[in-house]
Design a protein around this ligand. Structure first.
Ligand SMILES: *[C@@H]1O[C@H](CO)[C@@H](O)[C@H](O)[C@H]1NC(C)=O
Ligand SMILES: *[C@@H]1O[C@H](CO)[C@@H](O)[C@H](O)[C@H]1NC(C)=O
Ligand SMILES: *[C@@H]1O[C@H](CO)[C@@H](O)[C@H](O)[C@H]1NC(C)=O
Ligand SMILES: CC(=O)N[C@H]1CO[C@H](CO)[C@@H](O)[C@@H]1O
Length: 579
């Protein structure tokens, strides 16, 4: 941590000032819905699209302006919907196309944008395209990546390369029918598309147009860094990846150094191509800007390529995983400051920031950072310049649910061993949403749930938190009110660590009030002199948002020269005069 303390960053994000013509997504409050776990309306214990429709008013209540939904397309569910069998059909588990249309229609009435999860890296092996490809049908022959492999001196058949799948084992699976191996970077039921084939690209563009036609406002694109592999040589062969020396297990994903299977230079250009599809659709059909949110866990410099290059636009929102990936329980305020300013500094000019701290692949925020810091992260995400992305349940401070080995369903855990399944399982962050203190937390009125409901649901649920004035939910709602203030939606941002313990975010806009969010990360009482941290500050501020850690009231006035923070307290102050 000492390494960070030397780095004092001062950054004024002047370019973020929002003008009237700014598109909706720049300051949107996004909400990720994991449909399986959100709300079940047919009593089968699995959430569905009608459940989402039923709860759209709740999204409105908590100030959400756009939601992205994890996959609900037709799938054999080998990887919970990330293995798509039909890119233009709703899986019956989640409902029908009519249910989807009703959901979109209701969302439009409420002015909540709907973003679809688009999983282009592969299809299911049960997808019609794959079946035809395996049969060698001419049109589909090169939809996937095929290779006959090699036969060694002992007559044993070997896969084409040493590449390893994310889910363990060779990334190549033999297909009896075609007498060739196909590539799968994930589960063997998820054959990778051949994106070097223009027909495949057009097929995917057509999927985008199909859903745009159904009224979606954009797409979240899954794990895009796996889209391309290195090009085959003139003999149609692929190179082995170099070995990592820290494991001898050829089935372990870390066995090879990923130089040919991820982050190939073509990948951002695929996103630029999709952006053009979206822009063409808007030009033809009108309406608000359609957006791309792109997930990639690549190094930050590569992530920035997804914003676009000097001549082509890319994704409006390449997910910013700096906080989710690099912040730990013990991280000090200098580390927070560095990660935030690093994104803002590296972001290409004229682009807009986004902030994420939780999702369906990570443990709950309150379980990673401590339940005492739930408000801290919600306040941080919602008062930084740019758009915020909240994973469902984080507004309540939901914690990881306990899921026994017997109840575990996540393939990432089930493919491993009981002894360490909890290290790999993503189930604890996917347990059903807590609506009420009724049986099954009001998630279902059936008699089972696909994952167990977390044991603490009676203390932490929407119904209860609505009635507690400083609950996480009400702090979250208050934050959404603040986001309507011109300074917070469009003002400049300056992010500084006051000390190892306290982080400060200043937002300012000429002619308006100055807002300062303060975060006391650890459990000591801290006093800060804001006039030492920021120059030209007004002399007095008043508390405009407090949490249950606070001993002050909203409206209390405080001198900028002496603000006391209780352990883990986070607050938002507003200047008493405009600047
Ligand atoms: C379960 O809830 C749905 C709607 O939420 C309702 O239509 C259905 O009648 C309920 N079933 C029971 C058994 O209460
Ligand atoms: C930017 O990307 C586009 C689309 O892929 C490409 O045609 C163009 O050459 C790229 N421009 C630069 C400067 O690299
Ligand atoms: C706070 O900082 C300002 C500016 O450096 C200084 O003038 C003032 O004396 C300090 N006040 C306190 C109470 O430390
Ligand atoms: C369709 C598909 O297989 N998608 C994979 C892409 O990447 C994610 C990892 O985040 C996998 O979980 C998906 O299965």
């Amino acid at each position: 941590m000492a390494t960070w303390s030397g780095i004092v960053f001062l950054l004024v994000v002047g370019l973020l000032a929002v003008d009237a013509a700014d598109p909706w997504w720049k300051t949107a409050s996004f909400y990720q819905i994991y449909p399986r776990s959100f709300k079940d309306t047919n009593g089968d214990g699995v959430g569905d699209l009608n459940g989402v429709t039923e709860k759209l008013e709740y999204l409105k209540e908590i100030g959400i302006t756009a939601t992205w939904l994890s996959p609900f397309l037709k799938s054999p569910m080998a990887d919970f919907g990330y293995d798509i069998a039909d890119f233009k059909e709703v899986d019956p588990l989640f409902g029908t196309m009519e249910d989807f249309e009703n959901m979109v229609a209701r969302a439009k009435e409420l002015n909540v944008k709907i973003i679809l999860d688009f999983v282009p890296n592969h299809s299911s092996d049960e997808c019609d395209w794959f079946i035809r490809s395996a049969n060698g049908e001419e049109k589909y022959k090169d939809y996937y990546i095929w290779h006959p492999g090699f036969v060694d001196e002992d007559g044993v058949r070997r896969p084409p390369t040493n590449w390893v799948s994310v889910f363990r084992g060779s990334a190549w699976e033999w297909n009896e029918n075609r007498q060739e191996y196909y590539l799968h970077q994930f589960h063997k039921k998820q054959p990778d598309f051949n994106f070097r084939n223009p027909v495949v690209r057009e097929e995917m563009n057509d999927v985008l147009r199909f859903w745009l036609g159904k009224g979606v406002d954009g797409f979240r694109v899954d794990a895009i860094y796996h889209a391309f592999e290195v090009e085959a040589d003139e003999d149609g062969n692929y190179p082995d990846e170099p070995r990592n020396d820290w494991t001898d297990d050829p089935d372990e994903y870390g066995y090879t150094h990923k130089i040919y299977t991820v982050d190939q230079p073509e990948t951002p250009h695929l996103v630029y191509e999709w952006r053009q599809i979206l822009e063409q659709f808007q030009a033809d059909n009108g309406g608000d800007e359609r957006i791309l949110m792109v997930e990639t866990w690549s190094p930050i410099e590569i992530v920035m390529d997804y914003y676009g290059n000097s001549t082509a636009d890319g994704a409006q929102i390449p997910f910013n995983f700096q906080l989710i990936s690099n912040l730990y329980y013990d991280s000090d305020a200098y580390h927070y400051e560095y990660l935030i300013n690093n994104w803002l500094t590296l972001m290409p000019e004229g682009k807009s920031a986004n902030w994420v701290i939780g999702n369906h692949d990570k443990n709950r925020v309150g379980s990673r950072f401590g339940a005492d810091r739930v408000d801290l992260f919600n306040i941080l995400l919602l008062t930084l310049p740019g758009c915020s992305i909240t994973y469902n349940g984080e507004e309540l401070g939901m914690l990881d649910g306990y899921v026994s080995w017997e109840d575990t369903v996540d393939p990432q855990a089930c493919n491993g061993y009981e002894a360490n399944y909890m290290d790999n399982s993503r189930d604890p962050a996917r347990t059903p949403m807590h609506w009420t203190d009724d049986k099954y937390a009001g998630f279902t009125n059936g008699s089972t749930t696909w994952l167990p409901v977390a044991l603490d649901y009676a203390q932490r649920n929407v119904k209860k938190e609505r009635g507690v004035s400083l609950s996480h939910l009400n702090v979250y709602k208050r934050l959404q009110e603040l986001r309507k203030e011109p300074t917070i939606s469009g003002g400049a941002g300056e992010i500084k660590a006051v000390s190892s313990y306290v982080l400060a975010v200043k937002r300012s806009l000429s002619g308006n009030y100055v807002y300062i969010s303060l975060f006391n990360i650890f459990d000591s009482i801290e006093n800060v002199n804001l006039s030492e941290v920021f120059s030209g500050l007004p002399a007095t501020f008043q508390y405009t948002l407090i949490t249950d850690k606070s001993i002050k009231q909203v409206g209390d006035v405080v001198s900028a020269k002496s603000v006391t923070l209780m352990p883990h307290e986070s607050i938002v102050l507003r200047s008493t005069t405009t600047v």
